[in-house]
Design a protein around this ligand. Structure first.
Ligand code: GDP
Ligand code: MG
Length: 598
């Protein structure tokens, strides 16, 4: 074992610039994976990741590389997600690294998350290896990208390595740069154990498996280890690495990255960002922790069947293990019963959470439209945080409401500057700055209400720039806004889970649109159902769902048996994600309808 020959690095990129493909080529050229075992995007192991073509969870693999200096090096490659919602996951993995390969698509150039990721890497003092990818394409503009990297980030053009992750061209140069530029891990094997937990997951046989980077000391099978934040003590039953196959080994020492199994059954004792040390000879201090993350959006998550509440809770806890940014608390809704209010980093994070609950844990869910966290100043001087529109205090008790704003960075070809500004303006944005990155690309900065970004901002941005604009944001501060709570009444009963907040100027328009939308979404029933949108006791919009005509049903009776079956089948399927509220059956889409009203 030679610590000087270990290299811990990750790959960072804007989404679709080729990070997973480059990881595949690195795996292949270090012979870590047999050609016949090779499938595309080896590291993207969750089904969801392959389907959506994005990397959600980070993975680590240990690779051997025979370098041109004749020596063999050990690489620990830690993959990171590229989407704006997962900046936190990126920062977790970067804390375990000494270097980062920065991938930039030669046909696209710098994008919003290219910048965000580079800033994170610099924050972690990482050596950056700039790689310009997709040079096999005719539209590749290597010189142009080099120039903008120099101008925007001070990266010297001589340092850039031009590659094609698809054909493998230039990959050898990347591997050599890892050897020559990324420093070896600096830890000391003689010091008390300090191992950083940068990820963890739940295995039904072995319990919680933390993934660690050993900063100092050595960890062996049979050791009594202690979690420094929770003080819980466990005995290591097994430990190992990924090659990418799981491989048990005898120990992990300073500089090593791997997994630890210690029959850990209590999920809440393991925190990503915590430090593992020895029970007998503990380290004085934990490694610098990660910053606590504040969720950006909150949504109600309810079981369709009330009986599934406990199993839903159990599943959410298991997801939280590998998703440290998730926050949840119990909540009750008069319409939906017992459930949870869950905090997310963004919309994609929320969607993925829902899909994982459904697919991996077989949960049948109703989720409510996401909301941001509002600060409400009451007339009696109290300050309350409201993460659920249904909980908004009565109007006459409110002095003012503040909502979170973000600083949004949008990068776009200059043909679309007008379109971008129009959308930002419409979304109550405050113009801050505009910079030319090159003759053809512009960086625009707006301060905008987070709630407006949730409501269909990304889709609009994409469609009005033919998909060329990229976007990133960070929380800036709270600003006072003139907001109204809109209640939705079905059959004259308010449905708390459908309430939402909106800026005064949009209230009437959104109220009307949601009534129309609900009319289309909620299936007809045997009686007429009035739908109303109201602010306080004032109704601002209304529609009606007409009663089902009797003859539609009667046709099915006695008639064609297959058709009847089909109808029943259809009803059963539809039922899966319906919730009876009073006497009205509301399908899942209804709760999300406020999101796509434009
Ligand atoms: P990621 O989102 O950064 O992980 O990007 P992927 O590795 O999933 O790549 C995005 C798309 O670009 C995929 O369709 C890849 O096949 C394609 N791609 C990646 N690298 C190259 C390359 O060097 N040349 C070409 N032509 N396509 C590439
Ligand atoms: Mg990927």
């Amino acid at each position: 074992r030679n610590q000087n020959r270990i290299r811990n690095f990750s790959i960072i990129a804007h989404i679709d610039h080729g990070k997973s493909t480059l990881a595949d080529r690195i795996l292949e050229s270090t012979h870590s994976v047999d050609k016949r075992d090779m499938k595309e995007q080896m590291l993207d192991s969750m089904d969801l990741e392959r389907e959506r073509g994005i990397t959600i969870k980070l993975n680590s693999v240990k690779l051997k590389y025979q370098a041109q200096d004749g020596l063999e090096y050990m690489f620990n490659l830690i993959d990171t997600p590229g989407h704006v919602d997962f900046t936190y996951e990126v920062s977790r993995s970067l804390a375990a690294c000494d270097g980062a390969i920065l991938v930039v698509d030669a046909t696209q150039g710098i994008e919003a998350q290219t910048l965000a990721n580079v800033y994170l890497a610099l924050d972690n003092d990482l050596e950056i290896i700039p790689v310009i990818n997709k040079i096999d394409l005719d539209s590749a503009d290597v010189e142009g990208v080099k120039k903008s990297l120099e101008e925007a980030l001070g990266i010297s053009p001589d340092e850039c390595i031009a590659v094609s992750a698809k054909t493998g061209m230039g990959i050898e140069d990347v591997l050599e740069a890892i050897v020559n530029k990324v420093p070896a891990p600096q830890g000391d094997i003689e010091e008390p154990l300090q191992a950083l937990i940068f990820d963890s997951f739940y295995d039904s046989y072995r319990g919680v498996i933390p993934l660690v980077m050993v900063k100092n000391g050595i960890i062996r099978k049979g050791d009594k280890i202690k979690m420094m934040a929770s003080n819980a003590v466990y005995e290591v039953t097994e430990l190992g690495i990924y090659t990418p196959k799981e491989l048990p080994i005898e120990y992990l020492a300073a500089g090593d990255v791997g997994w630890v199994s210690a029959a850990i059954k209590d999920i809440d004792k393991i925190h990503v960002g915590d430090t593992i040390t020895h029970d007998k000879r503990p380290a004085l201090k934990p490694l610098p922790g990660y910053r606590e993350l504040t969720p950006m959006v909150y949504s109600g998550v309810y079981p369709v069947e009330a009986d599934d509440y406990i199993s839903l809770k159990d599943s959410i806890e298991k997801i939280k293990l590998s998703d440290a940014s998730l926050r949840f608390t119990p909540e009750t809704s008069s319409a939906l019963g017992f459930g949870f209010r869950v905090g997310f980093l963004g919309m994609l994070h929320m969607e993925i959470f829902q899909e994982r609950l459904e697919r991996e844990f077989n949960q049948n869910l109703i989720t409510t439209a996401p909301s941001v966290n509002y600060m409400v100043h009451l007339t009696n001087g109290d300050l309350v945080e409201i993460d659920n529109p249904a909980k908004m205090p009565e109007r006459q008790m409110i002095k003012k409401i503040e909502e979170p704003y973000v600083m949004a960075t949008i990068i776009t070809p200059n043909d679309y500057v007008g379109n971008v500004m129009e959308i930002c303006q419409y979304k109550r944005g405050i113009f801050k700055d505009m910079k030319y990155q090159s003759d053809v690309r512009v960086e625009i900065i707006y301060e905008m209400p987070l709630s407006e970004i949730i409501y269909d901002f990304f889709n609009r941005l994409k469609s009005s720039t033919k998909g060329y604009a990229s976007f990133d944001y960070e929380l800036s501060d709270l600003k006072e806004s003139d907001l109204e709570k809109i209640d939705i009444l079905l059959n004259s009963e308010p449905v708390d889970a459908l309430a939402f907040l909106v800026h005064k100027d949009f209230a009437r328009e959104r109220g009307l649109k949601i009534c129309q939308k609900l009319k289309d979404i909620i299936p007809r029933q045997m009686f007429e159902i009035p739908i109303q949108a109201a602010i306080g006791s004032k109704v601002i919009a209304r529609t009606n769902i007409k009663a089902l005509r009797k003859d539609v049903l009667s046709k099915c009776y006695g008639g064609d048996i297959t058709r009847k079956k089909k109808l029943l089948e259809k009803q059963k399927k539809g039922k899966k994600r319906m919730k009876s509220v009073g006497s009205v059956e509301i399908p899942q889409e209804a709760f999300m309808s406020v999101l796509s009203l434009e």
